[in-house]
Design a binder for this molecule. Structure first.
Ligand SMILES: [Ca+2]
Ligand SMILES: [Ca+2]
Ligand SMILES: [Ca+2]
Length: 415
């Protein structure tokens, strides 16, 4: 077991994984690193989600809500990272050593993985409970009491437990979550990690799939892994991972691509209430500025000004496209990720464009997704060892270092 030994390794969302961690760590896979549904939360193949989410874009008034009277909307204040880190440390220490148990539905029982891990680019796929700081949203938005709750996200511990995280808007559904310096962002571009995807409908009760650089697909999280008491129509439609534990995302998108109060067009929002990118920015980047009034970004990873994103089907796009965009004048390009196992050319990569038939590709590996429409994007690979039990004082010292690093990272990535 490898323990983190320096505070550097405890930095969440480490700003530059692309240079420092270029060497892929070929860690022998263990049962726990297999990445498939684990023995505590076996794959559920019996759950059928009948809902087929099809949106009528032609009937929708383009940003009609922008004409609504501007109102002051009370949005839940983002939780302070510091105020959350210390309780999280306490929870980890108090619960450390307790055996993992099945059947728990309260978040953090037996324990969330804690805030002090940074993923390492590799082909190893960690089980969800090993990954800290997991936040998600459903479609439609629900809270942990299984009531409809517009704009709500939840934390999930990977063992079925959830708790309310944040209300991003009191008016509009939440449909994408990200962090300003998403871990493994560049590892995706360099094909050194596992790409995580959710599709509209979560067919078969499978909320999140993983595809590795070799083109192999596996189930990363079933709906029961995410939420042990999911509603009948559970559909994960936003995902952010790599914590710190119990810390909310700081980039997001709402359904309809508007600001939380509905007064501005916004495909990507900053947590400070400013617009990171407008629908016109996104539509122009993908070469379709004529779609600016209707485009709806619904899958997102962020690193500074760079995006990996997907949109709802519109104007000839089927929703299965994943673009990489630097945020500048250059157009967005379709992501190339994963060996295409349906071709004989060993160098042929999957291009995540409209022409790539995702359902067909998944079907060839035995998975039925019933949709081309990607509604969440993330990445996961090797999780370093857990925080060694050095005592509360040491851990709280680490939390102070963590706070400083978070503050520094905020300055670097502000905006
Ligand atoms: Ca949602
Ligand atoms: Ca989904
Ligand atoms: Ca959106």
């Amino acid at each position: 077991m490898t323990f983190c030994q320096t505070s550097q390794q405890f930095l969440p969302h480490q700003p530059d994984l692309s240079k420092a961690d270029v060497d892929v760590q070929e860690i022998p896979a263990t049962r726990g690193d297999s990445g498939l549904c684990n023995n505590l939360q076996p794959c559920q193949d019996t759950y059928i989600n009948p809902r087929n989410r099809v949106r009528n874009f032609t009937a929708r008034q383009p940003h009609a809500h922008l004409n609504m009277k501007s109102t002051t909307v009370a949005i839940a204040k983002p939780l302070s990272k510091l105020s959350l880190v210390i309780p999280a440390v306490s929870a980890v220490l108090l619960a450390a050593g307790s055996a993992l148990a099945s059947g728990n539905t309260a978040y953090g029982v037996p324990t969330p993985p804690g805030p002090f891990v940074v993923p390492v680019p590799s082909k190893i796929l960690p089980e969800p409970w090993r990954v800290p700081g997991k936040e998600f949203s459903t479609y439609p938005d629900l809270n942990s009491a299984n009531n409809q709750a517009i704009g709500q996200s939840m934390f999930w511990d990977g063992l079925g437990g959830v708790q309310d995280a944040k209300v991003y808007s009191n008016i509009f559904q939440l449909d994408a979550l990200a962090y300003s310096s998403d871990a493994l962002f560049h590892a995706v571009l360099e094909r050194r990690t596992n790409l995580l995807l959710s599709f509209v409908g979560d067919s078969g009760g499978n909320s999140v799939y993983a595809i590795n650089p070799y083109g192999n697909i596996s189930i990363w999280a079933t709906n029961h892994t995410v939420w042990s008491g999911p509603p009948a129509s559970f559909d994960l439609d936003a995902l952010e991972i790599w914590g710190p534990e119990l810390v909310v995302a700081n980039r997001f998108s709402l359904q309809g691509d508007v600001s939380p109060d509905g007064t501005q067009p916004a495909s990507v929002m900053n947590d400070n209430g400013t617009v990171k990118y407008t629908p016109l920015d996104i539509a122009t980047a993908i070469g379709a500025p004529q779609l600016a009034d209707d485009i709806d970004l619904d899958g997102l990873m962020v690193f500074g000004d760079e995006l990996l994103f997907s949109i709802q089907p519109i104007g000839g796009f089927d929703g299965g496209e994943i673009w990489h965009w630097t945020g500048g004048a250059a157009p967005a390009e379709f992501l190339k990720f994963g060996k295409n196992l349906l071709t004989s050319d060993p160098d042929d990569l999957i291009t995540w464009n409209t022409g790539f038939n995702i359902q067909d590709y998944f079907a060839h590996q035995g998975y039925t997704i019933n949709s081309e429409n990607i509604d969440a994007i993330e990445a996961a690979s090797t999780v370093p060892g857990p925080l060694p039990l050095l005592g509360v004082g040491t851990a709280f010292g680490l939390s102070r270092k963590l706070r400083r690093r978070i503050e520094g990272a905020r300055l670097l990535t502000k905006g």
